[in-house]
Ligand binder design. Structure first.
Ligand SMILES: [Fe+2]
Length: 277
């Protein structure tokens, strides 16, 4: 049986691709179909994959250069090939960190505070709680398209200042030395030319606008962009590999399981992108 591309999962996007073992060498025709599905549906789910981190890295390399993980944590977590995202502390015990202002339970796009943020992220579900532990995606192309024309005119050309930890205030921001950088609030998708909102956690304020006014505008737009009709919740099954487009999606982990009790372990690979325009 060959590769099968299923129907779109939701208005917000998503598609399931089956009939392929990602641990095997990816032939050019399959790669082309995956890229096409990714462009059209923004996130792609491959169920039932059994991948070592090395194999996941080999698969991810089909889509570009792999970014090393710059964050803290144990050397094991920083392992560049495919790093570990989990709710475990250094002794391997589950812990609830969902209230942290820099947690991935807030809407964000990965590494938006970098000068060149990533094209895509992929997660492979290795250990899951008995239920819950979902990931939600919000389609920011739809969010932009649904804005009133007056708002589109008002925000055209604005630039968002991003800084790691901005949502936690200055004391959190001081924990790391990432300098603030700015990106367009309305970014153009390089593959389709469509416009999407670019914001979320780590978005601080708007360049050239009083800080509180810019932050309030960002909050208002985030609320708009994450309305239910623009959102899809992925319910993980062990072995799922999901790859998503950071250029037109916000995402967040959902705290819908007992994080202090159950383990949730994912392997993550991040593919380098281009400067947003
Ligand atoms: Fe993330």
């Amino acid at each position: 049986m060959g590769l099968v591309v299923g129907p779109r999962l939701s208005a917000a996007g998503g598609v399931v691709i089956s009939g392929i073992d990602l641990a095997e060498h990816l032939v050019p025709e399959a790669r082309a179909r995956i890229i096409e599905a990714f462009r059209d549906h923004h996130f792609v789910v491959f169920p039932g994959q059994a991948l070592t981190r090395e194999r996941q890295y080999q698969y991810a390399r089909n889509f570009g250069e792999i970014e090393p993980h710059g964050g803290g944590g144990s050397p094991d977590k920083r392992y560049a090939v495919a790093h570990v995202i989990s709710n475990l502390d250094k002794d391997g015990n589950p812990v609830d960190r969902s209230s942290s202002p820099v947690s991935n339970y807030r809407w964000h796009t990965d590494k938006s505070y970098h000068p060149v943020p990533p094209l895509l992220t992929m997660l492979h579900a290795v250990e899951l709680p008995p239920s819950g532990g979902d990931t939600e995606f919000a389609n920011t192309l739809m969010g932009y398209a649904a804005l009133p024309e007056e708002t589109k005119r008002r925000i055209a050309g604005l630039r968002v200042v991003f800084c790691w930890g901005a949502s936690g205030g200055k004391s959190i921001m001081a924990m790391r030395e990432d300098p603030p950088i700015d990106h367009p609030l309305v970014r153009t998708h390089p593959d389709t030319g469509n416009k999407a909102l670019y914001l979320g956690n780590h978005a601080w304020h708007i360049r050239g606008m009083p800080e509180s006014e810019g932050a309030a505008l960002l909050e208002e737009l985030l609320e708009h962009a994450t309305q239910r009709q623009f959102v899809y919740a992925h319910r993980w099954r062990k072995g799922d590999l999901v790859m998503w487009d950071n250029r037109c999606l916000l995402h967040r982990a959902v705290a819908n399981y007992d994080m202090g009790k159950y383990r949730r372990v994912m392997h993550r690979s991040v593919v380098r992108g281009t400067v947003p325009f």
